[in-house]
Structures are given as structure tokens and as C-alpha cells.
Write a new protein. Structure first.
Lengths: 501, 498
């Protein structure tokens, strides 16, 4: 923090290099306009003095807005409080001085205050090359919302200190599956977007030591309605199954989410986890967000004829029924239990082949060793790390059944996808997996009991009547589309008024 | 290894297998006077039993006996699955080889072990080993001596690698059970030889302190699979609930502690607020198919210390006392801000900050230096001993404790026990303490409220007198009260039957 200065704000600004000075004066005008202060007749060089006069004894919300606009970085809560106190004690000159020392001097972004607008933050989804389950959800929501509502799509600047408009390329890629976005051309001037008195919606998981404290400040001070999609609380509640380091990022995210208005969790089970967390938050004297569970949709996709042929060739052995396991190899997914259950069944003389589809994740080594041992022993099992969408749907279709005995899931997408194409699943008898299976098509088991998993698979292999009825149940399930889901999430996150919490 | 070494290892292995077999098997074969043969025969019988029952607790105990270390959760599963699939002789040989390469077993290959059945086993590794004596250690060292007199308890420490529990040596016993007599000071242990390992079986393992991270792998395996009941004192969940005011990577260890206590049967919070944090965590567990622990609360006592200093009189320059480690969530910056506003108003008072510099104290120190430089009567006092602390409470006009998040808020209770009124946070555990009188409550996120409360406390003598007498008249809750309640909540009457 800069302490006492005898210079006027105008003097401080005058000492800046010309480009920085011009950008700063432009931001002063932007700020004053948002605060409804008329600048007519005020010479440009005097704008900092007008800003200072406007901010005398400013409250924290105003200090936050002024810092965000003038420095083109969203301030965190600690900084906002510190500057608010300094303004109270020694006047607004300190705020301007702080904004100038922290401003983006080498970039000098244009700053827009998105007063009254709906901001949708799709940073990871638009910028990162991976395609995770979270990103699929986020992309679908962005597409549906962009089609039906007036929204502004933003991400975070590379330094994760400010929100910026997506480039046209990023927008196209996100909304239409177009080509991967090219980096912005040299000289491209980014527009920093400061949400204010509008809505801020976050359909993905925002993390990072720079990002989440600033997001927390936004939620607290921007006077926006804030809403977020909650995927699960696994790093908090099942940390023994997560990569070290992940919990800190996730818990940092929760610190920001604590200050938001609403969480739309992707299942009732995930909502229950978030409610447990909110009970914990009570110890900080805060209420925490309103929470509801809005289950994800699953639209089954009919695979191409070629993919079906390829899937049969690749994944089935002779006339044996195929048992399919989809998911990353990590302890939470319980794949070693599936291997053990399969061995118990093969020993009893059951005939089936077993295929895993999924990449190696954290602590997949022991699974890999066990799998290799069994393959060497000539047992009918296989593992592929990645499949394109068409072939994955073909695999689901070709499979006799799927097995998904995870210990904790926000949703349990592979169960839903399996049932959506009419393939029965064996899955866990609790949480989101039981929820997904509630409309039929699955056998529920205790995933912590290898014998129960084996029994579940055996039922689907041997009990033809049961199998047929599950297939029928699966085909009769009510259809739920991404459009349905996006509309429900929008309604819950973007509107005020009582929630059915 | 020398032939003598081999013999020692085999003898110890046989002893451990026999100790485990005694509680696990219905019938025991007569001992053979040859360690390796005796161990082999017992191991074969235990493996057969595990195979027949697919019993994870049996796999846990068998692994523990062979390795001289508790298995992790993954190791229990690995052992149970391997034993199920292979002939007993092969499985036993596999287990012997597997445990040999487990890094946490090596130090205890020559150790013998005692299996405690139906016992109450408080885990007190840190309090046994370390001289540090603040919040959690005080709870342990005030509670266990009282339990020890009235009940049959078996406090344990852990081996150096965190592989398994062990008994306490004589100095450690004094450090845990006789701390207030200070018998352990400058003494070294007379206990010699390898430590005696301790294995609880159908017992109650009481996590009365927050274990160090190196114990988590073994504790996770124990809590999930050993069949022992795990109970815990819940101090707070600050690392995951208030992560924004703590070091960024602090949650990584804390969540592994949560992965232990998610298998706990009962948790006793040190305040209603702390209990609420653990209850919230428990509420999240059915989503992963686990039952929620029973969470209760036993409020910590605020026993009056022996204070000798004269109390503050109204004529001296008043002292405003601020006790607590200087960390962001303690909100000291708000107190300095309020003080500066009041100094500028012309009020004459001194602010004393007592406590060590914690994480991210730099901002506070910079602000403090600026104020001191400007001539404000502000002092940072570090390394203050108990007697000095009590005297400071007595000499001060009031204390301020405007923390954003506390499991208990010890300085509030201490100040009140000294008859000194307190300005404190209007929610959570500090609010609970304040209910019996002597406090002004404020929203710690609202500077104006803090300024107004401090001003009142400084200028309104009637208010100050009323709060001071309220503080002196508070009912005294003792450590004996706490120890009894905690026993009732975590162990109950069943603990006395064994």
C-alpha cells in the first residue's frame, strides 16, 4: 500500500507515461459515467480530481468498483478492505495511487463496466484444450443461454486478474464447434469487463490462487446476482481419492462460492454435499448460497453404422457378452474392485469379456499392474485410453451391460449414458448414481463390497428376465434435453425471489 | 542380516502373530519353540480365516501382525483380494514378501505387540513427544489425567514413521498425564529397547488431538477397515471453511484428516460452532454412501488462572488488549483501524498486541510500524509467558477479539476469567462464550461497529463497570466438567465395563 502523499491525484496521473496516462484518464471517465457523475465541461486532465472527490468516504462496494476499473484488475476482499480503510482515514488519493501502481501498465486494456448485463464466465471451457465432463456441461449451457438470452461471454485474462471478452474466434469455437481458436493477433487490445449491478453466472469450476480471491471480491462487492453450477465436493469429502494439490484449489473455489447467491448442483446428491459445506460455513457468520439440485440431462446419441462395426470388432470377443467400464483409472472409480469381481466370476465359469475405456489418472499404477497380469494370464479383457464420441456411443450400444461402482460422483455420467442407449448398468446404491438409476435400467450394489459387484454383473449375465426388464426400463426413461436443463439452471441462477432450497 | 538378527525377527513375528491370533481365532495351536515355524502355522490359520470370511478387519489385523505396521486402506483391499484368490500358503508367502517392502514396517520388524481388546485408546502422539502447550495440547493434558484416574485408558503414541501405535515411555507418560507437575522437564527416558507396539481391536480409538499428517495413511486404513470405533474431538475446520485467510495449500493436509474422521462414529466439537462444522461435513457423507457421524458438543472450560497483578483502575491510561496469534483471520487490522480512528478523535489509550507472528503477519506489522512511527501508543509483545499474560489481562481495561472464525476463542474465555470485559465477534464460538456475560458483541466485518464498541468501552464507565462485574460473576466451568462430558459423549458407559 502506498502511504501518505501530498500530491494531488492530477499530479500523480500527470507523471505517468503518455499511453498509460491516456488509458487511465479514459478509465476515470468510464468510472464517473457508471457512477452517474457528469463530466461535461471537466477538462480531461482534471478527471482524477473529480474521481477523488466522488470517492470521499466511499464504501467498500465503490472502492472495489473504482479499483477494478482504474487498475483493470479485480481486487480481492483484503485489498478492498485495506483501501477502504485508507480512504476513510486519509482520503481517496491513496486509492488512485494504489490503482496506478497496480494497473496493467504493459497492456493498458480498454475497460468496460457491464452495468446491468449478464456475464457468463466460460474461461476454462473457451480457452483450455481439454474436454472434461465439466467443460461439456459448461459448453452446452453457454450455447443454450446464448441462443435464448442476452449474455456476455467472458474469460479471465492470462494473468487471471481480470475478466475479458472472449475473442470472436473463441466465441465461435465455443458456440459452434468451429476450429480451435487462433491466438489473438499482435496489437489486439483486450477489453476488461467489470460486472456491476447485473448478473454473473459461472457454469464451470473456477480455480487458481490469483483467480479465486478476485472472484470472491466480485461476489462480495459487485452488486451482481451471482450464480454457479456446483459439480461435486469430492476434493473436500473424498480427499483420499484426489490428487494432492487439488483440494487446495477446490477449497479456494469454495471460499469464493461462499459469497455467491445460488448454486445449481448437478444432482440432488451433489446438492446435499454443498449443503453440508454450507452448514460448515455457518461458523464464519455467513449464510452461504441458496442451493438446489438440477440433474444433468443425458441425450443418448445413435452411433454411426461404421462405428458400430468397428466397436464390435474391437471390443467383443467371439460371442461373449461385453461388460464395459467407462471412466478414468483412479481410486475413486473403484476399477480394481471391478477387476477382482471379474476374476471371481471367471473362476465360477461365467463367460464375458471386459473392456475399460478411460485414461490413466492419479494412482492408476496398481490397477495397471493388475490388468497387465490378467491379460498375460489370457483372460478376455482389454483397456483403451480414449475413444472419439461416435465410437464411445457405439461401445455403449454394443455392450451387454456397463459397470460403474464409484465411491463418490457429482453425477455419474457413464451410468446415464449407458442407460440412455438402452444398455443396463451396475452401479452404486447411493448418491448421484442411485439418483440417475432411479428411473430404471440399473442394478444397484454396494461398491465397497467386491462380491456385491460380482453378483450384480452375474445377474445381468444370467437372469434374462431381469435383463430384459431393465432394457425396457432404460428405453422408457423420460427424455431430458440440454435445452430443458439449461432453462432450469437459468431460471434458478438468474432470477431473484424465493428458492425451493 | 546376521543369523541372530533373523532369529530375532522370526521370534518377534511369531509373538505378533500369536497376539493377533489370540483375539482373531477361536482355537489356538500350542506354541512351537521355533519362531519361524510358529509364525508360519499361525499365519496360515489367520489367512484361512480371512479367506473364509472375506473379512476386511481380519485382513487388517493379519497385515498388522506380519508387518508390525498398520496397513493403509489400499493395502487392506490388496491383502483381502489376494488372500481370497490364492491358496492360503501362497497368500501367506505373498503377504510376508509384501510387508517386507512396505517402508513403514521396517522399523518394527523386531518389535513385539500387545493387542488391546475393548479398550479406550486415546492417540496422543504430539502431546507425548513435544513440549508445545497451547490450545489442543491443553485440552489433552487437562483431560487425560482426569480420565486416567476415573477410567481405564491406554494412551498411545506412534512409531517414528507413523506406521503403528506404541506405548508411551515414562517421560512421555509424565508429559501427557502429569504436565502440570512438570516432572518431564530435563529428564530423558529410562525405557530401553525397541518400543512395544499397540494394536487396538474392537476398541475405541480416540483422536483427542489432531494427528500429524504422517499418521493419516495408517489412520485411514484403521478407521475404514479395522473394526475399531474411531471417535474424535472436533476443534475447527478453519483450513477448509476459511481458506481465503489461510495459506493456500493448507487444505491439502487437512482434507486427509477429514478422510480419517469421515469414518468416525462420534465427534465432540469444542463449541456449538465447531460441532456445526463437523456436523456439516457429516451431512455431506451420505452422498458417498457413508453414515453421518453423531456430532455433539462439549464446551471447553475457561478456568480462572492465578493472577497477581492489580486490576486496572479508572485513573490510569487504559490498556486495550488483543491476545492471539497474529494471523489474517484474527482480524487484527480491523482493531488497529478502529484504534486509529479513536486516537484521532482524541481518546487516550494504549493498544497491546500479545501473540506470535503467524502466517501473513507482514501487513499487520507494516501497519503497526506506521502507527508506532506516528507516535501511537501501540506495542507488539511476543513470547509472553502465562503469568505475564494473566497479569496483562488483569491490568487491561478490556480485550478485543474480533476474529472471523474460531473453534473456541480461548482469549475471550481467559480475559473474562480474569474479570476483564471483552469486545468480540457476534457469531460462532465467541458468541457462545459471551452468552454468560461480560462482552460487547460486534460484527467483525463492520469497522463502524468495532469503533463504536471500543469507544463505548473507553468512555462509558457505567457500561464498563457493568460488564466487568458480569465477567466476575460468570459461572466457572472446570476441566473436570469438560473431561466428564467428553467421556460421556465419546465413550459413554460402555467404556467402563471392560
Amino acid at each position: 500500500m502506498t502511504t501518505g502523499t501530498t500530491q494531488t491525484p492530477r499530479d500523480v496521473v500527470r507523471a505517468l507515461p503518455q499511453a498509460a496516462r491516456e488509458a487511465f484518464l479514459e478509465r476515470c471517465a468510464t468510472l464517473l459515467e457508471a457512477l452517474d457523475v457528469t463530466t461535461a465541461g471537466v477538462p480531461s486532465a482534471s478527471l482524477p480530481d473529480t474521481v477523488a472527490a466522488t470517492l470521499t468516504n466511499a464504501c467498500a462496494d465503490r472502492v472495489w468498483l473504482a479499483l477494478a476499473v482504474l487498475s483493470a484488475r479485480l481486487p480481492d476482499i483484503a485489498t478492498t478492505i485495506e483501501i477502504t480503510r485508507a480512504v476513510r482515514l486519509d482520503g481517496p488519493a491513496l486509492l488512485l495511487a494504489h490503482a496506478i501502481t497496480t494497473m496493467d501498465q504493459d497492456e493498458l486494456a480498454r475497460v468496460e463496466i457491464a452495468t446491468g448485463q449478464t456475464i457468463v464466465d466460460v474461461y476454462q471451457t473457451a480457452r483450455m484444450p481439454r474436454s472434461t465432463g465439466i467443460q461439456r456441461v459448461s459448453r452446452q449451457l453457454a450455447r443454450e443461454w446464448a441462443a435464448h438470452h442476452d449474455i456476455r461471454l467472458v474469460g479471465w485474462r492470462d494473468d487471471q486478474t481480470a475478466l475479458i471478452d472472449l475473442t470472436a474466434d473463441e466465441r465461435n469455437h465455443l458456440l459452434t464447434d468451429g476450429l480451435a481458436p487462433a491466438p489473438p493477433p499482435p496489437g489486439h487490445r483486450v477489453t476488461v469487463v467489470v460486472p456491476y449491478r447485473g448478473r454473473y453466472l459461472l457454469p464451470e469450476l473456477a480455480v487458481g490462487p490469483q483467480l479465486t480471491p478476485r472472484l470472491q471480491g466480485l461476489a462480495e462487492y459487485s452488486r451482481c446476482r451471482t450464480g454457479v453450477v456446483g459439480f461435486d465436493c469430492v476434493p473436500l469429502t473424498s480427499a483420499e481419492t484426489t490428487h494432492p494439490g487439488t483440494p487446495s484449489h477446490f477449497v479456494g473455489n469454495l471460499a469464493a462460492v461462499r459469497h455467491m447467491d445460488r448454486i445449481a448442483a448437478i444432482s440432488r446428491s451433489a446438492a446435499a454435499e454443498y449443503r453440508g459445506w454450507r452448514t460448515m460455513v455457518g461458523a464464519t457468520g455467513l449464510r452461504g448460497p441458496e442451493i438446489t439440485g438440477i440433474p444433468l440431462p443425458t441425450e443418448g446419441v445413435t452411433p454411426s453404422a461404421e462405428a458400430l462395426v468397428e466397436a464390435r470388432e474391437r471390443f467383443t470377443i467371439a460371442d461373449m457378452p461385453l461388460v464395459l467400464v467407462v471412466g478414468t483409472h483412479e481410486p475413486r472409480k473403484n476399477h480394481e474392485a471391478v477387476l477382482h469381481a471379474a476374476q471371481l466370476l471367471w473362476r465360477k465359469g461365467h463367460r464375458f469379456s471386459l473392456t475399460f475405456v478411460g485414461a490413466d489418472g492419479w494412482r492408476s499404477e496398481s490397477f495397471r499392474v493388475a490388468l497387465d497380469d490378467l491379460q498375460r494370464a489370457g483372460l478376455p479383457l482389454d483397456s483403451v485410453s480414449d475413444l472419439d464420441e461416435d465410437l464411445l456411443w457405439a461401445a455403449y450400444t454394443v455392450a451387454h451391460c456397463t459397470v460403474f461402482p464409484s465411491s463418490n460422483e457429482g453425477y455419474g455420467l457413464p451410468v446415464a449414458e449407458s442407460i440412455a442407449v438402452g444398455t443396463p448398468a451396475v452401479t452404486s446404491a447411493f448418491g448421484s448414481m442411485a439418483e440417475v438409476a432411479a428411473d430404471g435400467g440399473a442394478v444397484l450394489v454396494d461398491p465397497r463390497d467386491d462380491h456385491a459387484i460380482a453378483d450384480g454383473i452375474a445377474q445381468l449375465l444370467e437372469d434374462r428376465e431381469l435383463y430384459a426388464s431393465l432394457v425396457l426400463e432404460a428405453r422408457r426413461r423420460p427424455r431430458r434435453t440440454w435445452a430443458d436443463y439449461a432453462a432450469e439452471v437459468w431460471a434458478f441462477l438468474s432470477t431473484e425471489g424465493p428458492a425451493t432450497d | 542380516m546376521s543369523p541372530g538378527g533373523h532369529k530375532r525377527v522370526a521370534r518377534a513375528l511369531a509373538q505378533r502373530c500369536r497376539a493377533a491370533a489370540e483375539v482373531y481365532l477361536d482355537e489356538l495351536p500350542e506354541p512351537i519353540d521355533h519362531g519361524a515355524h510358529d509364525a508360519g502355522r499361525l499365519l496360515d490359520l489367520m489367512v484361512r480365516r480371512v479367506q473364509a470370511t472375506a473379512d476386511p478387519a481380519g485382513a487388517w489385523l493379519t497385515w498388522t501382525a506380519v508387518a508390525g505396521a498398520f496397513p493403509t486402506a489400499a493395502e487392506v483391499q490388496e491383502a483381502r483380494r489376494t488372500i481370497e484368490l490364492y491358496p492360503p500358503a501362497d497368500a501367506a508367502i505373498w503377504l510376508l514378501g509384501r510387508c517386507q517392502v512396505s517402508p513403514r514396517s521396517i522399523e518394527s520388524f523386531t518389535c513385539e505387540m500387545d493387542v488391546l481388546v475393548g479398550a479406550v485408546v486415546p492417540s496422543v502422539d504430539y502431546c507425548a513427544r513435544v513440549e508445545h502447550h497451547t490450545g489442543i495440547q491443553r485440552v489433552v493434558r487437562e483431560t487425560l489425567p482426569r480420565w486416567d484416574i476415573r477410567h481405564d485408558v491406554h494412551p498411545v503414541a506412534w512409531t517414528d514413521s507413523g506406521g503403528i501405535m506404541r506405548g508411551l515411555d515414562d517421560v512421555e507418560t509424565d508429559r501427557v498425564l502429569r504436565w502440570n507437575q512438570q516432572l518431564h522437564v530435563a529428564r530423558s527416558s529410562t525405557t530401553s529397547g525397541p518400543p512395544r507396539l499397540v494394536v487396538p481391536w474392537r476398541s475405541n480409538v480416540v483422536l483427542i488431538e489432531v494427528p500429524l499428517p504422517q499418521l493419516y495413511p495408517a489412520l485411514q486404513g484403521l478407521a475404514e477397515y479395522s473394526g475399531n470405533e474411531v471417535t474424535a474431538v472436533g476443534y475447527d475446520a478453519i483450513p477448509v471453511v476459511s481458506a481465503d485467510v489461510r495459506p493456500y495449500s493448507e487444505p491439502d493436509n487437512y482434507v486427509q484428516y477429514l478422510s480419517v474422521i469421515k469414518h468416525a462414529a462420534r465427534i465432540s466439537g469444542i463449541s456449538v460452532s465447531a460441532a456445526q462444522e463437523f456436523r456439516g461435513f457429516a451431512e455431506a457423507l451420505p452422498s458417498q454412501g457413508l453414515p453421518a457421524a453423531v456430532v455433539t458438543e462439549a464446551f471447553l472450560p475457561g478456568e480462572a488462572p492465578h493472577a497477581t497483578a492489580p486490576e486496572q483502575t479508572l485513573t490510569e491510561r487504559p490498556i486495550v488488549l488483543c491476545v492471539g496469534s497474529q494471523e489474517q483471520h484474527k482480524n487484527h487490522l480491523a482493531v488497529l483501524h478502529a484504534a486509529e480512528i479513536l486516537w484521532r478523535e482524541g481518546l487516550d489509550f494504549e493498544v497491546q498486541l500479545i501473540g506470535r507472528a503467524g502466517w501473513n503477519a507482514e501487513r499487520l506489522e507494516a501497519r503497526g510500524e506506521a502507527l508506532i512511527g506516528a507516535g501511537r501508543p501501540l506495542t507488539f509483545r511476543r513470547g509472553v509467558h502465562d503469568q505475564e499474560l494473566w497479569d496483562s489481562y488483569r491490568r487491561s481495561r478490556f480485550s478485543v477479539f474480533a476474529s472471523l472464525h474460531e473453534g473456541y476463542g480461548l482469549p475471550v474465555a481467559e480475559s473474562l476469567a480474569c474479570g476483564t470485559p471483552v469486545i468480540t465477534t457476534n457469531y460462532g464460538s465467541t458468541r457462545e462464550i459471551a452468552e454468560a456475560g461480560g462482552c460487547l458483541l460486534i460484527d467483525p466485518r463492520n469497522d463502524d461497529e468495532l469503533v463504536a464498541a471500543m469507544r463505548s468501552m473507553l468512555v462509558d464507565d457505567a457500561l464498563w463497570t457493568r460488564l466487568s462485574s458480569e465477567a466476575r460473576e460468570r459461572p466457572i466451568r472446570t476441566w473436570a466438567d469438560y473431561a466428564d462430558e467428553l467421556w460421556e459423549q465419546l465413550i459413554g458407559s460402555e467404556g467402563d465395563e471392560s
